[in-house]
Design a binder for this molecule. Structure first.
Ligand code: DUC
Ligand code: ZN
Ligand code: ZN
Length: 460
């Protein structure tokens, strides 16, 4: 099927041009003014933006957390992604005790096959300090096309510094990238015990248990380890001004460190933990929400280029039945995570572009172009001839109020409830196939489970 999108504002990271975009089957064939062709379908995008599909490189689909599993599987999670203008997701296979890295990638791959409605890939996680897992890094890069690895510096699945060094060394050698959840585990353990000894386990103490210094120290240490090995490094879900300062300093001295932040760290603050009753549970995430000063430092970090990616850390647990499963009065017992894959683009546009915090080109850079470059998605991330036709026709004036009942994520609340959004997707294409469209007062999923393909990646 050939599609001609006429008269839209074609937005790439570098520039925006008013032009037509021609899709032939699954690829972008041409971007030019006044294209005339016998397309099967012509779309008038006058007054609309035409954006590359966004890439979310940080989702936790069907993630097992003890006795519970995140609510979105590949079917619901990728349908929600499509409705939000996200046309590629990168998820984290986490090896269970005794499981090999490659078996774990296979296991997660099977969950996605026949279910995913948009394209996907994986960042295998090194979930313990194990030489067997480290040995498999080369094969994951070479044989599987999954060259990016997640390491936790906190939680029970954390890796020690020696493991981090060894994985950094391997990724530097074979062409890969280590992504770190950077929080100092000992600081968190110390603070959590201290708070518990003082009887301060109410939900409002969650941020105190994971202070900014825990993140700053871990970011700083991870950078030093990367520097020692000459490897690149990617910091996930950056939340603080002080950790950002460490990244800025490292980049200034030539370290290849990338940083990602998320809408929750740009738009919400720790005041949410002061809400009444069990409401704060909706915001129990790690790292925790920080201050307004951190929010604005992160926006500035995006503007300055020190933060290259906005992702979601999509990790949905129901408010009723999951967040409250182990009790309502103790922050240590609440599963950590917020849903977000569907609201990434709308929030970045409405709160970022419309409110003048970032330009439209910058939004495309952090949602599409940079994640495609950093994670080796060579066919994605820009509206250029030869790239996959992952395209969002976006209505910049369309209004929408966030409410989980009008969204497609399989979760019973939304942390941005009541946010008034300006600008929503109109049509969303994944490799030339319409997967979501605006209908009435909300997005409608019109794609097919199984359309999404695993994308092999390589990093130079
Ligand atoms: N933080 C969360 O809040 N949820 C999933 C994992 C993480 O690091
Ligand atoms: Zn994390
Ligand atoms: Zn995460």
């Amino acid at each position: 099927m050939n599609i001609l999108i006429k008269n839209g504002l074609i937005v790439n990271a570098g520039e925006s041009v008013r032009a037509d975009l021609y899709i032939e089957e699954d690829k972008i064939k041409a971007v030019a003014s006044n294209i005339t062709s016998n397309a099967d379908e012509a779309i008038d995008a006058e007054g609309m933006y035409v954006l590359p599909g966004a890439i979310d490189p940080h989702t936790h689909i069907s993630m097992e957390a003890g006795e519970i599993t995140t609510k979105d599987d590949f079917k619901s999670g990728t349908a929600a992604a499509a409705c939000g203008g996200i046309t590629t997701i990168l998820d984290f296979p986490e090896p269970a005790e005794g499981e090999t890295l490659l078996d774990c990638i296979e296991r997660k791959h099977k969950l996605a096959q026949g279910e995913a409605a948009v394209d996907y890939s994986f960042h295998p996680s090194i979930t313990r300090s194990s030489s067997e897992l480290i040995e498999e890094v080369e094969r994951a890069i070479r044989d599987y096309g999954t060259p990016t690895f997640k390491i936790y510096m906190a939680y029970d699945i954390r890796a020690d510094d020696l493991t981090i060094l060894k994985v950094l060394q391997k990724t530097a050698k074979y062409g890969g990238l280590v992504m770190v959840h950077a929080e100092n585990h000992s600081i968190i353990e110390f603070m959590t015990h201290k708070l518990a000894n003082e009887g301060r386990t109410d939900l409002r103490y969650h941020p105190e248990s994971r202070p900014s210094v825990a993140e700053e120290e871990a970011v700083s240490r991870a950078i030093k380890l990367a520097e020692l090995t000459g490897a690149g490094l990617y910091i996930v879900h950056l939340s603080t001004r002080d950790a950002l300062a460490k990244i800025r300093e490292a980049r200034a001295r030539g370290v290849r460190v990338f940083a990602e932040t998320c809408p929750q760290y740009l738009l919400l603050t720790e005041e949410k933990y002061e809400l009444k009753g069990f409401e704060p549970a909706k915001y129990i995430i790690s790292p925790p929400l920080r201050t307004a000063r951190d929010n604005s430092a992160l926006w500035n970090g995006i503007k300055s280029g020190d933060i290259q990616v906005a992702a979601t850390d999509h990790c949905p647990f129901d408010f009723k039945g999951m967040k409250d499963r182990y009790g309502k009065k103790d922050f240590r017992k609440v599963p950590n995570g917020v849903p977000g894959v569907e609201t990434l683009l709308m929030l970045l546009h409405s709160e970022g572009v419309v409110k003048g915090k970032i330009s439209l080109g910058k939004m495309v850079e952090i949602l599409s172009t940079n994640p495609a470059r950093i994670f080796g998605l060579k066919e994605k991330g820009a509206l250029l001839p030869g790239k996959d036709a992952d395209v969002v026709v976006f209505d910049p004036g369309r209004e929408f109020t966030i409410d989980h009942r009008k969204l497609h994520m399989n979760v019973d609340y939304n942390p941005y409830k009541g946010f008034k959004i300006t600008g929503m997707p109109h049509l969303v294409y994944s490799r030339g196939r319409l997967v979501a469209k605006w209908e009435g007062k909300k997005m409608q999923f019109v794609g097919n489970p199984g359309w999404g393909r695993f994308v092999r990646r390589s990093i130079n």
